[in-house]
Structure formats: C-alpha cells, structure tokens
Ligand binder design. Structure first.
Ligand code: A2P
Length: 348
C-alpha cells in the first residue's frame, strides 16, 4: 500500500524537517499535502524532486489522507486532528495537545513501540527534552532499574519555533551592533513578559504554573513516567526537572543525574550498554576531550551521550550529559519514526 500523507505546519521549523525526514523514510508515499495557515498558503516547498504548494488547512484538507504528521501548535492540533481522524486518517502529533490522554500512546520507538497498537487515530510525539532523555536512560533502566532522575536542561532557541529562532538571531546582531535588543516571543509566546535570549539564560520554558514548575518541567516529569512506566503519575521512577533556554540555535543539552536500583552497576557497564543502544552514540573520552556538543549534533538523528561518571558519595548514582538535535530526534525524526513503525505494524 502507498499512503497519502499530510504535513500540518509544513512551513515551520519542525515542519520543514518533517518533509525531509518523510522523504528519507521507508514509508511508501503516494502523495504529500503540505498544510499551514492562510498566512503561508501558496508558498512552494520541495518534497524529493516535486515542488508542492502549501495549502490553508480546513477540515476537508484531510479528505483521502491516510497519515497526518502535525506540528502546528496545540490549538491547531485540537482543531484539526479530530477532523482528520473522522475522515479515516491516523495522526502522529508533535504538539502537547493529546500527550496525556489515556487512550493516546506517547511513543519513542526505542522505548515503547508496542503501545502504538493502542491508538484510536492519534499517536503523540513526546516533548523534545523528554525524547532524548528517555532514549539514553531506557537501556539503563532495563538493565539496572531506575529509581530517580534529576535533570537540568540547556534548551535551544529553535524549540520555541522558527519565529523565536529568528528573534534570537536578531537580538545577537543588535547586541553586537550596540543596539537595544527587542524581545516579543521568548521565553514563551503565551506569557505577558518577554526577555532577550541572546547573551542570556532564561529559566522559563512554556508557562509557569502555581506549583512553581514551568509547564516544560511538568511535561518532562509526567511524560517520562508515561513513556517508561505507562502511567503519567507513577511513583515508580522519581523525576524532577529544571528547564532553561540557552542562547544556542539548535540542539538541546541535558545534565542528568540518575540513580539505579542495582547498586552493583558500574560506569563501564553503563557505557557499554549505551554503546549498544539503538539511537545512542557515546562520545565519552576525557583523555581526548571528547563529549557531546550542540553544534556537532545539528542535523544528526542520534542522541549523543558523554561525561558519564559516578556519584562517589551515593553508590548506584551517576551523572551524564546528553545532546540531541531538538528538531530531529526531538521532533520531526521521532514523528516520522513513529509513523514508520505504524506502517510496519500494519496500524494505519
Ligand atoms: P504558517 O506558516 O502559516 O504560520 P513554528 O513552530 O516554527 O512556529 O511553526 C508553526 C507551524 O504551524 C507553521 O507551519 C504555521 O503555519 C503553522 N500554523 C500555525 N497556526 C496554524 C493554524 N491556525 N492552522 C494551520 N497551521 C498553522
């Protein structure tokens, strides 16, 4: 079978990469429809050697569509994905709109691909920061059990979308030209105040909640539990997070402290496990100053891990540093990998 695929949000930072990743995937594609808002209808984009015209999204855009890859914001997903499902499509959604719905699988193919079979038309792609963390921690969890994760993120500007990335570049130019930096988007479109990211750090990603946590931190906690344990509130793995936006265009870094159940686990065993793990590349050679860096991860589909070391005062606990391209493994690539799995398993 060949599939009619719609990309919702095709003109965005993630959408562009969805087009590329779909082109490179094993999914047999009959036709591609590029969808966005009225603002960019008429824009021409390439899929393989075809030039396609972006259309304004309406419910009828999904007529005859088998598969939807979407990354056009949560409210756009809420508005259009039920329409797509009604018309018989299966949707892989990169927004947070449906991630916590009990009947929506939240999937990282290296971790919980079997949950795809439970879908009712929508599969959710996790948050970018969650994806790279669980890809690196899952092999460790399977071998030694996981008790606790304490993570601090160093997240790239592009995670907030193409317009945030453009704003960040302009701020950097203005700062170096001695002009005042303008901020209208970051830390998050949905909040009242805006601050420059260039030459700065913003300890707010998404909105701040009454609990004191940002919504991004909430997502990392609950998505990790849902993906690894199957229950967003599971006490089985303790997770806490601090999420920070850093002046880097693409690729998120994460400092992860984790404690395993099996106290006999060694750094050497963990490094070996990670070296064999799907989707993981170990870059950990302190003699030669080898460790993951955002600039080296851009454009790559892997999750890079390094700086692995034990906590000498807490046996069974370790520190490591994880980097991945937030727009690829963190978004477009994981979405397309989920779609590939759906096709392989006959679930579309
Ligand atoms: P558009 O180019 O028409 O604004 P990013 O995450 O990089 O900001 O990209 C967001 C994507 O979502 C863009 O492709 C954008 O299209 C699309 N989008 C935003 N709002 C809507 C909407 N109401 N309907 C359809 N697509 C939308």
């Amino acid at each position: 079978k060949e599939y009619v695929v719609a990309i919702l949000g095709a003109t965005g930072a993630v959408g562009h990469r969805m087009i590329e990743q779909l082109a490179a995937s094993s999914i047999p594609v009959k036709e591609v429809k590029l969808l966005a808002s009225a603002r960019s209808a008429g824009t021409q984009l390439k899929f393989r050697d075809q030039t396609l015209t972006v259309e304004e999204t309406t419910p009828d855009s999904f007529e005859g569509v088998d598969l939807v890859l979407s990354s056009a914001g949560g409210s756009t997903s809420k508005k259009f994905l039920p329409e797509a499902v009604k018309r018989g499509a299966v949707c892989v959604d990169n927004t947070s709109a449906y991630r916590m719905e009990p009947d929506v699988p939240l999937v990282v193919p290296e971790v919980n691909p079997d949950t795809l079979a439970q879908h009712h038309g929508i599969v959710a792609n996790p948050n970018c920061s969650t994806i790279q963390m669980v890809v690196a921690l899952e092999p460790i969890r399977r071998a030694f059990g996981l008790k606790q994760i304490i993570v601090s993120t160093y997240q790239a500007a592009s995670g907030a979308g193409q317009s945030a990335l453009n704003e960040f570049y302009q701020q950097a130019r203005d700062y170096l030209d001695g002009k005042e930096m303008q901020a209208n988007i970051l830390p998050t479109k949905g909040d009242k105040k805006h601050y420059p990211l260039a030459f700065n750090l913003l300890p707010q990603i998404d909105v701040l909640e009454d609990s004191g946590y940002s919504h991004e931190e909430w997502k990392m906690i609950h998505e990790t539990k849902k993906i690894m344990v199957g229950d967003m509130n599971s006490p089985e793995i303790k997770v806490t997070a601090t999420c920070v936006r850093v002046p880097v265009p693409i690729s998120h870094g994460e400092s992860v402290y984790f404690e395993v159940e099996d106290k006999s686990a060694t750094v050497e065993q963990i490094r070996e496990l990670l070296a064999q793990a799907p989707g993981v590349v170990v870059q950990d050679d302190i003699q030669h100053q080898i460790y993951p860096q955002p600039i080296n991860a851009v454009g790559k589909g892997d999750t890079f891990v390094g700086r692995l070391r034990p906590d000498y005062e807490n046996k069974g606990a370790f520190n490591m540093w994880i980097v991945a391209d937030n727009l690829l493994k963190g978004a477009a690539l994981n979405t397309v990998q989920n779609a590939e799995e759906l096709v392989k398993r006959g679930l579309i």
